[in-house]
Design a protein around this ligand. Structure first.
Ligand SMILES: [Zn+2]
Ligand SMILES: [Zn+2]
Length: 249
């Protein structure tokens, strides 16, 4: 933080006087001139560094707010507007989304925000970038639900609906951060069993991570077995489906 500059004589005709830099004219925000105010409040109006919008590689639906929907300009603008952080009263925001000519799937985003703070009208410009990230929507994932590389078999000494629900949440939560990088970190089917439940997971790696998380959480035991499910035509490597058996008390 810079220390305030020595006071500058104060024009008797002006009620404005920035206590930091001594400015007596221009736009003020609260007690300070705009530039001093923004130095102290750099995030008064700001976007995250980058916005990421998921789009299904198959049907081109987008997931701006947790739900897969068809692309709709108005919806995308609304979503972008919600990512803007500000502390203005009576804000009015105008958002522009322009394709980046140099990068496919990338957009420039700029927002013109006007509003009030401490009774003063102020206007700001905020900018960021938006990128489209390829993913697979739930529907298209279900279509391919005969394909899964991992099964997590969770077995309890006694099965209760609460335990089932808790384990489903834990498996989902364990894979959620992986899903950003890998849409295959997804359960395509839950199968209830007499002593627990099975989760069919598209990615073997994600299945393992979730199985380990559930085992740790409940201080259970885990064992792994494999079964050949075919030959990958691209790599001509054999593919195994792994089963992670997790026994929890
Ligand atoms: Zn100032
Ligand atoms: Zn889709």
């Amino acid at each position: 933080m810079s220390s305030p500059k020595s006071p500058v004589s104060h024009s008797p005709h002006s009620s404005k006087f920035c206590p930091k830099c001594g400015k007596t004219s221009g736009t003020f925000i609260g007690l300070f001139c705009r530039s001093c105010f923004l130095k102290d409040n750099p995030n008064f109006v700001s976007f995250p560094d980058a916005l990421i919008l998921e789009r299904c590689n198959v049907c081109l639906k987008i997931r701006p707010q947790g739900k897969w929907v068809n692309w709709d300009d108005e919806l995308v603008h609304t979503w972008v507007g919600k990512q803007l952080k500000h502390r203005l009263e009576n804000p009015f925001t105008k958002i522009e989304i322009v394709p980046n000519p140099k990068k496919p799937k990338a957009f420039f985003v700029r927002a013109n925000v006007s509003g009030e703070t401490d009774g003063e009208k102020v206007e700001f410009l905020a900018e960021t970038n938006m990128t489209i990230r390829g993913a697979i929507c739930n529907d298209d994932m279900l279509v391919s639900s005969d394909y899964y590389e991992g099964i997590i078999q969770v077995r309890f000494t006694e099965r209760t609906p609460e335990k089932i629900r808790a384990v489903q949440d834990e498996i989902d939560a364990a894979m959620e951060p992986m899903r950003k990088e890998d849409p295959k970190a997804q359960v395509v089917n839950w199968v209830l069993q007499k002593h627990g439940l099975d989760a069919w997971v598209v990615s073997r790696k994600a299945a393992k991570a979730a199985a380990v998380a559930v085992t740790r959480k409940h201080e259970g035991t885990m064992s792994v077995s494999g079964k050949l499910i075919g030959l990958d035509v691209h790599s001509s490597k054999t593919k195994n489906r792994l089963t992670f058996l997790v026994r929890v008390p």
